[in-house]
Design a protein around this ligand. Structure first.
Ligand SMILES: Nc1ncnc2c1ncn2[C@@H]1O[C@H](COP(=O)(O)OP(=O)(O)O)[C@@H](O)[C@H]1O
Ligand SMILES: [Mg+2]
Length: 355
C-alpha cells in the first residue's frame, strides 16, 4: 500500500531563479525506510518541510495514507497530516521528562490510556527505565531515541527525520543507525530520512532517492544506485567511478586504446560507460583482454591499494587492488575490465562532469 505519494511537486523561494524542489515525484510503500540524499543545498530539507506542511508548495500534490493533503486548492495544516517529525537537534522540551515529551503529541481521543501507549513506545525504544529523566541527563543517542519515540507514539502515517545522525560521532553513529532502523522496522512505521552521508543511506535504507538542484535524479535500492547509477552525478555520489567515452559497435565497446567485450550489447553509437575501481583486475602480465597501463600514483590503505593508471588516451583509471604486490609510480601494469560490471550512463544530464 502506498503511504506517501508526491506528484510533480515544486517550490521556489521568493524571487530566486532556481527551484529549491523541482517537479519531484516520490512514492513510499507501507513499512518502507527511504533515505533522501544529496549535497548541501540540493533541496532535502525543503522537500521534507513540504511534506510536513511547514512550507507551502507552488505546484504539485501530496497524499498521505491515501488522503490528499496538498494540491492546487488544498494545503492541510501540519498537525492534521498524520506525520511524525524527528528534527536534527531532536527538539525535545527541556523542562519535560521523557514521558512528558512523549505524551505531548498524544490525543485523549486516539489514546484514552496515554500511560499505556507511553510505556509501549518506551519499551520499543529501550528506554523504559528513563521515563522520569530530563533530556539533559541523557546521552545524544538516548535523546535521539526519545525524539523517535515521540514521533512514533501517535502512530503517524509517515515519520520524517532530518539528518538524524549528523550530531553523533562516528563510533556512536554506526550503532545508532542500526538502532534507529530496528526501532522503525519493529514499529512497522514508514519513514523518510534525510542525510548527506552516502554511508547512512547505503547501510540503512530500503530505497534511496537522490536529489541534485531540487531534482530527483534516481530512486532505487542501495545496490541499484551503487551498481546501476543513472548518470555520472549519482555514480560519483556513492564513491569513485571511472567514466570513459566509448563507441558501441559489433557487441563491443571501442575505446581509443582498445576494445572491451560488452555483456549486454547496447545499440551502436557514442556512449559514456562507467566501471567502479573494484571491478578492474590488475596484473603484471598481459592477457587476451587486458589493456596496458602505466601507474601514475599508488596509495597504500592497508586492506587495499588505490592505483591510478593511464591507459593511453583514456587517462586516469582508478583501480582498487588487493594483490600482495605493491605497485609503484612508473610500473607497467595490465588491466582487465570485468565486462559484466560495465554500466552505460545517461549523458542527458550533467554531461559537463565528464573529465
Ligand atoms: N527559507 C528559505 N528562504 C530562501 N531560500 C531557501 C529557504 N530554505 C531553503 N532555501 C534555498 O533552497 C535551496 C535548498 O535548500 P535546502 O532544502 O535547505 O537544502 P538541503 O537540505 O539539501 O541542504 C537552497 O538553495 C537554499 O538556499
Ligand atoms: Mg538540510
Amino acid at each position: 500500500m502506498e503511504v506517501l505519494s508526491i506528484k510533480n511537486l515544486s517550490k521556489k523561494f521568493g524571487k530566486k531563479l532556481q527551484y529549491a524542489v523541482h517537479n519531484a515525484n516520490l512514492s513510499l510503500e507501507k513499512g518502507e525506510l527511504m533515505a533522501l540524499v544529496g549535497e548541501s543545498g540540493s533541496g532535502k530539507t525543503t522537500l521534507l518541510r513540504l511534506i510536513a506542511g511547514f512550507e507551502e508548495a507552488d505546484t504539485g500534490e501530496i497524499s498521505i495514507n491515501g488522503d490528499k493533503v496538498v494540491d492546487d486548492h488544498l494545503n492541510i495544516k501540519p498537525e492534521k497530516r498524520k506525520i511524525g517529525m524527528v528534527f536534527q537537534d531532536y527538539a525535545l522540551f527541556p523542562h519535560f521528562t521523557v514521558s512528558e515529551n512523549i505524551a505531548f503529541g498524544l490525543s485523549k481521543k486516539q489514546f484514552p490510556n496515554k500511560k499505556e501507549r507511553i510505556s509501549e513506545v518506551l519499551e520499543m525504544v529501550g528506554l523504559k527505565s528513563f521515563a522520569n529523566r530530563y533530556p539533559q541527563n541523557l546521552s545524544g543517542g538516548q535523546q535521539q531515541r526519545v525524539a523517535l519515540a515521540r514521533a512514533l507514539a501517535p502512530q503517524p502515517g509517515v515519520i520524517l527525520l532530518d539528518e538524524p545522525f549528523s550530531n553523533l560521532d562516528a563510533v556512536l553513529k554506526d550503532q545508532v543507525r542500526e538502532e534507529v532502523r530496528n526501532i522503525i522496522k519493529k514499529a512497522g512505521a514508514t519513514a523518510l530520512f534525510v542525510t548527506h552521508d552516502m554511508r547512512d543511506a547505503l547501510s540503512s535504507a530500503d530505497r534511496i532517492a537522490i536529489l541534485k538542484d531540487g531534482k530527483i535524479q534516481q530512486v532505487g535500492t542501495p545496490r541499484e544506485l551503487y551498481e546501476k547509477p543513472r548518470n555520472l552525478y549519482v555514480a560519483n555520489f556513492f564513491g569513485k567511478i571511472n567514466a570513459m567515452n566509448a563507441t558501441a559497435a559489433d557487441g563491443s565497446y571501442k575505446l581509443k586504446s582498445g576494445t572491451i567485450h560488452a555483456v549486454n550489447p547496447p545499440k551502436n553509437g557514442e556512449l559514456l560507460i562507467a566501471i567502479r575501481p573494484e571491478n578492474i583486475d590488475i596484473s603484471l602480465k598481459p592477457s587476451t583482454d587486458s589493456f596496458e597501463a602505466k601507474v601514475v600514483l599508488a596509495q597504500y590503505f592497508g586492506d587495499h591499494q588505490q592505483v591510478h593508471a593511464d591507459i593511453g588516451a583514456e587517462a586516469h583509471i582508478v583501480i582498487h587492488a588487493h594483490e600482495k604486490i605493491l605497485f609503484h609510480k612508473g610500473d607497467t601494469i595490465y588491466l582487465t575490465f570485468n565486462a559484466e560490471k560495465i554500466h552505460v550512463l545517461d549523458t542527458c544530464w550533467y554531461p559537463g562532469l565528464v573529465s
